[in-house]
Design a protein around this ligand. Structure first.
Ligand SMILES: Cc1cc2nc3c(=O)[nH]c(=O)nc-3n(C[C@H](O)[C@H](O)[C@H](O)COP(=O)(O)OP(=O)(O)OC[C@H]3O[C@@H](n4cnc5c(N)ncnc54)[C@H](O)[C@@H]3O)c2cc1C
Length: 434
């Protein structure tokens, strides 16, 4: 394949792999990046919101030429039942700033752009090349990879596993356990195309302003999951995902959930007249802090989704991927400069640096949330229904006095035997949140 020996091999050309490869190549390290897809982004799926801060730390002037769709000026968070939603909306003109904080993007275009930057920085990229396993020396140290190409072995001082949520290379090599079905969500997504002026009128937007909606409730049929709708320039991304183990024993399918979500009376008019041109499905790691595998060893580190780095509460993943990739790249470069071998002891510096960032702090902060959500399915059924009923009772003006309305709302909670449960769950949530 390639005769040469490299300072680092990066497996995968998603945001984490690109961040790692760019960081090392820019500092003059000899980097080989291997991607199984036809081109970077061809296998990747995201909503997608890009968090500028993580990318700014890698490519400060990315706004000059990155393919960005809309900057987000409005966040809507909805809890839905079958006919309504109760929402919290935050919209601010402050988000119309010179260097906006969040953008919608289309991953296939974004990954191609990021990959071009990686190659311009000096890394070599080989696409349509699947890494099958890690190569080890007689002491068990990782010294390279074997790929599916003829003569497909290639050697390096260190291998960065940026292979995404499935993490088959790490799994086959015994570096991490099999990802369990209760720690990953299966998400499906469609792209619906509309003229940009229609999108802007429907969402009250001007120019490149954008709106994003995150939703939960009966739309996931009692399973732990969420749905989303994001505005791009000339399209709308819409998707839904639930924990894989929740599908077991039900007749629900991700596609069926998405169809129902799109038909919801509050979603349907937003997509009216659009043309659906793309459909994709992908896993999302949602096991949280306790699902993070071993992150480094003799000659290897793990970054991004392969390390389960997703903050499911805040719907952040790509920024954690880029940050872990960057920090892994910086650590490897630092060791190289010091002429220190990438041993397990030396690569522990990666984890030490990571612990000081928002990535580990946030993962730790929300460590009890996955368990709370798995154990509190009312959040995805009964509670949204009661909240919606209460809102309807409250807002419907029908000659009933307000004190009677308050009593009616309390009665509906009592009737569902939920009042003590709701209070208990609220306490559990507060405890899990802290
Ligand atoms: C539906 C959906 C919506 C999401 N929305 C958002 C969002 O709005 N904002 C956000 O920040 N995050 C979001 N995420 C999460 C985000 O997409 C991930 O956290 C992010 O893509 C992780 O980047 P990564 O580089 O670690 O992995 P990936 O992007 O999965 O990249 C891994 C790469 O490795 C390649 N690869 C895998 N195995 C091999 C192998 N053996 N050999 C060679 N190459 C290999 C793959 O082809 C792929 O290109 C979403 C995810 C999904 C599924």
């Amino acid at each position: 394949m390639i005769e040469d020996r490299f300072d680092a091999i990066v497996v995968g050309a998603g945001p984490s792999g690109n961040a790692a490869a760019y960081t090392m190549a820019k500092e003059g390290l000899k980097v080989l990046q291997l991607e199984r897809g036809e081109y970077p982004g061809s296998k990747n799926v995201q909503g997608a919101i890009l968090y500028a801060n993580a990318l700014e730390k890698i490519i400060p002037d990315f706004r000059d030429d990155a393919p960005l769709e809309r900057h987000v000026i409005e966040q809507r968070i909805w809890t839905m039942d079958d006919s309504s939603y109760v929402g919290m909306h935050y919209r601010s003109n402050d988000f119309n700033e010179e260097q906006p904080n969040r953008y919608t993007i289309i991953r296939a275009q974004f990954d191609k752009w990021f990959s071009r930057k990686v190659r311009e920085a000096g890394a070599i990229l080989l696409c349509e090349t699947t890494v099958k396993e890690l190569l080890r020396d007689s002491h068990g140290r990782v010294i390279g990879v074997r790929t599916d190409r003829a003569d497909g072995t290639v050697f390096a001082d260190v291998v960065v596993l940026a292979e995404g949520v499935n993490g088959l290379v790490g799994e086959r090599s015994g570096l991490r356990p099999v990802v369990s079905s209760d720690s990953v969500a299966l998400a499906v997504k469609e792209m619906h195309f509309l003229p940009r002026e229609v999108i802007e009128a429907r969402f009250n937007l001007q120019g490149n302003e954008g709106v994003v909606i995150e939703a939960m409730g009966t739309i996931t049929a009692g399973m732990t999951g969420t749905a989303f709708l994001y505005t791009n320039q000339e399209s709308i991304s819409v998707g839904i995902g639930c924990i894989v183990s929740d599908f077991e024993g039900t007749d629900q399918t991700p596609y069926g959930l998405l169809e129902a979500f799109k038909s919801h009376p509050t979603i349907k008019p937003l997509l009216e007249g659009s043309e659906c041109k793309e459909y994709a499905a992908h896993l999302i790691p949602e096991g949280g802090y306790s699902a993070i595998p071993e992150l480094y060893g003799d000659g290897w580190v793990v970054v991004g989704d392969a390390g389960q780095f997703v903050n499911a509460v805040h719907r952040e993943g790509s920024n954690l991927a880029m940050t872990t990739g960057r920090i892994a790249g910086e650590t490897i470069t630092w060791l190289k400069r010091r002429r220190d071998a990438p041993t397990k002891a030396n690569l522990s510096e990666y984890k030490r640096r990571l612990d000081a960032t928002f990535v580990m702090k946030d993962m730790k902060k929300y460590r009890k949330i996955p368990q709370f959500l798995h154990g509190t399915k009312q959040v995805f059924g009964l509670y949204p229904q009661l909240i919606s009923q209460a809102a309807q009772t409250w807002f419907r003006v029908d000659g009933t006095d307000k004190r009677s309305k308050e009593k009616e709302i309390l009665r509906s909670f009592r009737k569902a035997r939920t009042l003590p449960g709701l209070v208990g769950d609220a306490f559990k949530l507060v405890r899990a949140w802290r």
